[in-house]
Design a protein around this ligand. Structure first.
Ligand code: ATP
Length: 226
């Protein structure tokens, strides 16, 4: 039997303050998929991602995320869902008053990790995975933009999420650094997390394969990535 998709949206409508943002959205994300979400500024990409982690409500349609029906999911159950998602925001949002290591430890502790050895081991593993193994002692402001984004990705993968939502993860970076970040996400995808990322950088689409959805005129259409 075919596995259920990790995300399945059917005929979903989303509005903000009475304004239609997205209408009749159909979206599917399956295990191991790398999916791009493209579209003009203000077309609704971030809003769509926000519905997946429950920050924005869905008005109509059917929406499933990791087995949860999003329209009936209780507020108290959102934190449990969010822990299963790795979220990479456009601006980095590392805690600026503590080191990289402390940033990562903070998340592990907040998500229930207690054993000190396991915590240390996991921090070492994710730092290695993003190529930042010697940077744990640094403060965020001592890192370049690309390095900070790597740490944000390290933070997102701490709990081995099934889905990573990345909102314009290359937005503030130069082309080459942005490319390396996408390579890192592709690498993480190959290791088992599905990735849904928004981008304005259409060059990436031809360089790194993936399914493409385009947000336009309040609709989402799947386009071919050639
Ligand atoms: N909190 C809000 N209240 C009302 N309208 C909002 C709110 N947040 C966003 N919008 C509107 O929703 C629309 C979609 O915004 P969204 O941020 O999802 O677009 P986007 O495609 O992610 O844009 P960008 O490429 O600039 O990130 C925009 O018209 C925006 O003005």
């Amino acid at each position: 039997m075919e596995e259920q998709p990790l995300i399945s949206y059917q005929h979903v409508n989303v509005s903000l303050q009475g304004q239609e943002i997205l209408s009749d959205v159909n979206l599917e994300l399956r295990k191991g998929e790398f999916v791009y979400l493209i579209g003009k500024v203000g077309s609704g990409k971030s809003t769509l991602l926000k519905t997946i982690y429950g920050e924005v409500e869905i008005d109509a349609g059917e929406a499933w995320v990791l087995g949860n029906a999003m329209r009936t999911l209780k507020r108290k159950d959102f934190p449990t869902l969010r822990r299963k998602l790795g979220i990479v925001f456009q601006d980095f949002q590392l805690l600026t008053d503590r080191t990289v290591h402390e940033n990562l430890k903070f998340v592990l502790k907040a998500t229930g990790w207690k054993n000190r050895t396991e915590i240390e081991r996991r921090i070492e593993e994710v730092l290695q995975q993003v190529g930042m193994e010697n940077k744990g002692y640094k403060m965020p402001n001592e890192l370049s933009g690309g390095e900070q984004q790597r740490i944000v990705i390290a933070r997102a993968i701490l709990n081995k999420p099934e889905i990573i939502l990345a909102d314009e993860p290359t937005g503030n970076l130069d082309v080459e650094t942005g490319r390396r970040i996408v390579e890192l996400l592709q690498d993480i995808c190959r290791q088992g997390s599905a990735i849904l990322m928004t981008t304005h950088n259409l060059n990436l689409l031809s360089e790194y394969s993936g399914k493409v959805y385009k947000c336009e005129h309040h609709r989402l259409t799947e386009t071919t990535n050639s």
